[in-house]
Design a protein around this ligand. Structure first.
Ligand SMILES: C[S@@+](CC[C@H](N)C(=O)[O-])C[C@H]1O[C@@H](n2cnc3c(N)ncnc32)[C@H](O)[C@@H]1O
Length: 197
């Protein structure tokens, strides 16, 4: 757990956490960033000591920062395709002084997945099929990209070794390979925890 009690109070309410960001980022929070209670529950499941957990599409870093502050023995890494969001994530991480959290600016298709043990996935591709849920116009969206990214993540997860942990939030069950067993289903069945068989 964190040593700085002023940091700890950040994780009591979403509004306190979102205060780390400028106004236009705060306004995106209810629809696009993981609520702190959900992030804590997901992190508890994923935080195997000395493991490396990847947030697939990390936005402004809300999941990784919440998780990293509560579980200092685990590394939390985010990959994010929007440079501006990645910059806000870095700023928030520095403000919280977390050395077990890092962010990669880039496309998730360019990573070496041998580097990661467990995964968090908050339906990162939805804006490709629902234009009303667009974060901004910094990247191209399309049905084709939704299919391509979903297929990529599915194949990557399917290739991981037994025991790999996965948390999905607002994702479709068809995005998770049948090789993963559902072990927990909460928050009106939108937060799911899986372990590879
Ligand atoms: C719903 S937000 C979730 C943010 C963060 N995981 C959280 O829970 O607070 C999904 C993020 O995934 C990013 N994303 C979508 N497709 C991506 C891709 N192909 N590569 C990297 N990031 C991607 C989006 O830019 C967006 O910031």
């Amino acid at each position: 757990m964190e040593t700085d009690s002023s940091n700890f109070s950040r994780f009591k309410k979403d509004a306190s956490f979102d205060y780390l960001y400028p106004q236009h980022i705060k306004e995106l929070s209810p629809m696009h960033w993981t609520p702190v209670d959900v992030a804590k529950k997901a992190a508890y499941f994923l935080a195997v000591p000395h493991a490396r957990v990847l947030d697939i599409g990390s936005g402004v870093g809300k999941f990784c920062i919440t998780a990293g502050a509560h579980f200092p023995k685990t590394q939390f890494i985010g990959v994010e395709q929007r440079k501006a969001l990645c910059k806000y994530a870095e700023m928030a991480k520095n403000e919280m002084k977390l050395d077990n959290v890092s962010f990669i600016y880039g496309n998730l298709t360019d990573l070496d997945y041998n580097d990661y043990d467990h995964f968090y996935f908050y339906n990162a591709f939805y804006e490709n099929i629902e234009p009303g849920s667009r974060i901004d116009y910094a990247v191209r969206t399309s049905f084709e990209l939704y299919e391509r990214y979903s297929r990529f993540v599915y194949a990557m997860l399917d290739a991981k070794k037994p025991g790999t942990r996965l948390v999905t939030y607002h994702a479709r069950e068809t995005q998770v390979p049948a090789s993963y067993a559902l072990v927990d289903n909460s928050y009106s069945k939108v937060l799911k925890m899986w372990i590879k068989k």
